[in-house]
Design a protein around this ligand. Structure first.
Ligand SMILES: Cc1cc2nc3c(=O)[nH]c(=O)nc-3n(C[C@H](O)[C@H](O)[C@H](O)COP(=O)(O)OP(=O)(O)OC[C@H]3O[C@@H](n4cnc5c(N)ncnc54)[C@H](O)[C@@H]3O)c2cc1C
Length: 495
């Protein structure tokens, strides 16, 4: 078994930054583009694609050597390919990919039917849709059908313009008072999916939960590498000028408070508009800088709370070694009830396992497991190098101990194991505190009102809970591109 416990990204980064210095990644860029997109997350790539198709000249700048942002993958010795955030998204991705990407991409989206829960309160498997959840909550949890039906209808009707005061806790209290088992079933997967808690506005829960419940949980067959490479081909076909290893240092704002240019790898490139896919807080606080905003707006932006970060453990089995069907997504917990503090704690009692079978990448002979836990940046950032390495090793070992319950001989079959932490996510995506799912709800208003502060400056990317996740990011990219289109050509906006 090969094991990586030292921060691989640091040594790799040293080599890659020397390489970056040697090569000019901005060779032959134009002096000016209609639009510059900062960041190639799903929102950034989707925006670049629709804006290029609408006829704009688009430059897409990504600091990492790979496109995708959180929607990414990495390869390890022995032929392992690990996906970071390909665990499941709602069916709405099919329509969004067909409309804003290609039919071919949409056609590779397939359902994951084995969603499992194993915890002290219940053990069950579901297809994670309204019909099956209704069956479970009525038959297994003995809640009257009318209550369950009313709950689903209420959640389905929720939208952005509704009351934002009611919390998710109050929503559950109304429908399922005293039923911590039902709350756990309804909430735990959503907390894993976007970091939301019982104190967040109920509309954020209702919108995201209903998106999943419409048809279940879906994945991209072929893996994130296949998806992002197809997206890259499409971007190039549509004329987007794509540059990796291109770190935007500054967004230049003119005296008239509109965007003029970006400064990237020490070079100034002019533009008519900018769409930042970087973290909303760093876009405002660092790339533009506080001096360019109204005082009240700056206070509002500073007050935006980040969502939590994550830890993951990537486990590769020896070629050809597998396991009995464990389901696709397994929400494992040893904790008594749904408890957000316990889910964020470094003393891990809850994990989500994603089981990847060879069909994930047809033709492959690999079984892989990725374990994800919600995590706090502050628990990982101030450790000495030795302690950090030790804590990662402990995380790997405790994850294997837990996994042994489902794959009894995992240690014999193991070929590769390594862990990532909030520091890893920060390093690769530059999200403040390694936030996995952007910001809490209030971040959405700040993101949306950015162009009112600075002409031609737009933001699209994980924000406000409802605009995060694969589907949220893609759709928000389109919504914001539409606004950007209206800004550049008010009379003939087309998107
Ligand atoms: C562990 C984990 C598991 C997840 N699981 C799921 C899941 O199962 N289903 C789901 O739907 N979602 C999941 N998500 C969330 C989902 O991956 C994200 O919400 C989504 O991919 C974010 O897309 P985005 O457009 O906001 O951009 P991001 O992915 O945040 O990308 C932003 C990009 O901007 C680049 N950038 C930042 N600053 C600069 C700069 N100054 N110059 C140049 N480039 C810059 C970054 O390098 C990055 O590529 C998961 C996330 C994590 C971390």
């Amino acid at each position: 078994m090969k094991r990586r416990i030292l921060p691989h990204h640091i040594s790799k980064h040293l080599v890659s930054s020397q390489f970056a210095m040697a090569k000019n990644f901005l060779k032959e860029t134009r002096d000016r583009y209609d639009v510059i997109v900062i960041g190639s997350g799903l929102a950034g790539m989707t925006s670049a694609n629709v804006l290029a198709k609408a006829g704009y000249s688009v430059l897409l700048l990504e600091h990492h050597y790979q496109l995708g942002g959180m929607a990414t993958w990495f390869k390890r010795k022995g032929g392992h390919i690990f996906d970071i955030s390909l665990h499941g998204f709602p069916h709405g991705m099919v329509k969004s990919c067909r409309k804003y990407w290609t039919p071919e991409i949409a056609e590779s989206i397939v359902q994951l039917k084995g969603i499992r829960f194993e915890n002290p309160q219940f053990s069950l498997q579901t297809t994670f849709d309204r019909k099956d959840f209704t069956r479970i909550i009525t038959e297994q949890f003995k809640v009257p059908y009318e209550t369950v039906d009313d709950f689903f209808a209420t959640a389905r009707k929720m939208n952005f313009f509704d009351d934002q005061e009611t919390t998710t806790r109050e929503l559950f209290e109304k429908f399922f008072p005293g039923r911590s088992d039902v709350v756990r079933l309804l909430m735990e997967p959503i907390t894993y999916a976007n970091g939301s808690t019982l104190e967040d506005p109920a509309i954020t829960y209702g919108i995201v939960f209903s998106n999943f419940m419409s048809k279940g949980v879906f994945t991209f067959q072929g893996g994130t590498d296949a998806l992002v490479n197809k997206m890259k081909a499409e971007l190039i076909k549509n004329g987007v000028d794509l540059r990796i290893r291109a770190l935007v240092e500054q967004i230049e704002v003119g005296p008239d408070r509109s965007v003029k240019a970006v400064h990237v790898n020490g070079k100034r490139i002019e533009c008519g508009a900018i769409l930042s896919n970087a973290n909303i807080k760093s876009t405002i606080q660092k790339l533009v800088g506080p001096d360019h905003f109204d005082k009240e707006f700056m206070e509002e932006a500073n007050a935006v709370r980040l969502n939590n970060s994550s830890c993951q453990v990537y486990i590769g089995l020896k070629p050809g070694e597998g396991f009995d069907n464990c389901g696709d997504l397994l929400f494992h917990s040893e904790h008594d009830g749904f408890d957000i503090e316990a889910m964020l704690s470094k003393e891990i009692s809850s994990r989500t396992f994603s089981f990847y079978y060879p069909e994930t990448r047809p033709g492959s002979d690999r079984w892989l497991v990725v374990s994800s836990t919600n995590a706090r940046f502050e628990d990982w950032v101030n450790l000495s190098d030795e302690q950090y390495a030790k804590d990662k090793e402990d995380l790997c070992q405790s994850t294997l101990d837990c996994l042994e319950k489902y794959v009894p001989d995992i240690r014999q079959k193991l070929d590769w194991i390594e862990a990532s932490t909030p520091k890893t996510f920060k390093h690769y995506t530059r999200h403040v505190e390694g936030a996995s799912f952007g910001t809490k709800f209030e971040g959405l208003k700040v993101s949306q009102s950015l162009p009112e502060q600075i002409g031609g400056l737009f933001h699209a990317g994980s924000v406000g809970i409802i605009m995060s996740g694969w589907l949220g990011a893609v759709n928000y990219g389109v919504i914001v591109s539409n606004e950007l289109d209206k800004y550049l050509t008010p009379s003939e906006a087309t998107i």
